[in-house]
Design a protein around this ligand. Sequence first.
Ligand SMILES: C[S@@+](CC[C@H](N)C(=O)[O-])C[C@H]1O[C@@H](n2cnc3c(N)ncnc32)[C@H](O)[C@@H]1O
Length: 275
Amino acid sequence: MVPKETEKLETELLLEAIYRGYGFDFRQYARSSLLRRLHYIRQKAGVAHLSELIPLILHDERFVGELLSSMSVTVTEMFRDPDFFLELRTKVIPVLKTYPFVKIWHAGCATGEEVYSMAIVLQEEGFYDRVQIYATDMNQQSLKTAEEGIYPLDAIRKFTVNYNNSGGKASFSDYYYAKYQMAKMNEDLKRNIVFTAHNLVTDQTFGDMNMIVCRNVLIYFDRQLQNQVFRLFDESLVHRGFLCLGSKESMEFSSLRGTYENVSARWRIFRKPLT
Ligand SMILES: C[S@@+](CC[C@H](N)C(=O)[O-])C[C@H]1O[C@@H](n2cnc3c(N)ncnc32)[C@H](O)[C@@H]1O
């Protein structure tokens, strides 16, 4: 058993190597889940100590590619938390619909299910043609899947239940076609989506967003980093823009605390003030 202090030092050195070598900054990620992932990577690499990963990080580019993909938890689903989408339809969409043009940023979109869910909602609400969606993630492999929009058929049953519970107005099967054991989302849904790499820790703001959706991403960051990302979101949103977080995420410990209007306390939908 490695003493805690030694493991802490090894972790710091390893994260520093990733950051200094490749610019990916995990130094302020919440430690417990980060350590779980690092030990998983260590076991897969067949080494006894975290520090033994450092030479691989410094000298083996292929290992780094795999490591970066394994560093993020990309679990997601279509219409995840169906009530969140119901709340969107009733409390947010009626406002957005009154605008001539709407920009939405999905930060940390993983493999894209959340983005296709949004495109479906906007299409059903009849104003998708006036919306531009930016779907970003730091994980290039996930983004590739997102752009392809092909998911295992096994998952579709759950997605269909979620869609029905989220206030879906049609049949979920209208939005994909099945081939072999996979389901491909309709190309048409992609027409207003730009998929692009963006790192919330090291990259710049996305300007003039009417809504930012960043769900189940900030839970992996420590409070200081969450605060930094909240400032990035605040700078990226227009006045009266909406900010949607995951059900376990809050602005409570950030410097924006109390400044945003609570649109839905349960589903963590907030609205930026006028000034
Ligand atoms: C659990 S998934 C959330 C997916 C989706 N938003 C949802 O709620 O279902 C978390 C995603 O955040 C991404 N992520 C983690 N750190 C990030 C960072 N610094 N910048 C951008 N994306 C990040 C991961 O790559 C992963 O795809």
